[in-house]
Design a protein around this ligand. Structure first.
Ligand code: IDP
Ligand code: MG
Length: 159
């Protein structure tokens, strides 16, 4: 089979997206999943996890030196998150665009953050920002792997 992080640059590119604790609390999980499903992307991994502070700190390791890091780790481990692995053409970049900007107030209506959030520290979703990040995050959150399967509808999504 292919690696958990897929094959970047192909229709089997994969990314790690997560509904953060605020999205779970606010009942936004179904909507977030539906946006990617409806667009034609393939859900290949899905589970709920309550991150420990250690996992949260590892997930955001690149932000360790930022003043908001302790608050971020506390928030990310404050309740369960929904971990997702999505597959499809250009999914890493498209996923980020569908999320919106890091700052919800700068996010366009129609994006997830633009439609459902206001404050930076409550921006409801996470998405890998590069192929390297996707590989690291998918290995970290899906050590057991994801589901490799084909969908016959793909012939109606891809030309
Ligand atoms: P991203 O989630 O759009 O990739 P990052 O820069 O990787 O943004 O930051 C991770 C998360 O940390 C953001 O989604 C946001 O919730 C939080 N964050 C980023 N910058 C700040 C800040 O200046 N103050 C408070 N929280 C921040
Ligand atoms: Mg980031």
């Amino acid at each position: 089979g292919i690696p958990v992080y897929g094959i970047p640059g192909t229709n089997q590119e994969r990314t790690f997206l997560a509904c953060k604790p605020d999205a779970v609390q606010r009942g936004l999980v179904g909507d977030i999943i539906q946006r990617f499903e409806k667009r034609g992307y393939k859900l290949v991994g899905l589970k709920m996890v309550w991150p420990s502070e250690t996992m949260a700190a590892e997930h955001y390791a690149d932000l360790k030196k930022k003043p908001f890091f302790p608050g971020l780790v506390k928030f990310f481990s404050s309740g369960p998150i929904v971990c997702m692995c999505w597959e499809g053409k250009d999914i890493i970049k498209q996923g980020r665009q569908m999320l919106g900007e890091t700052q919800p107030l700068a996010s366009k209506p129609g994006s997830i953050r633009g439609d459902y959030s206001i404050d930076l520290g409550r921006n409801i979703c996470h998405g890998s920002d590069s192929p390297e990040a996707a590989e690291h995050e998918l290995k970290m959150w899906f050590p057991e792997g994801v589901s490799d399967y084909s969908k016959s509808v793909d012939a109606w999504v891809y030309e």
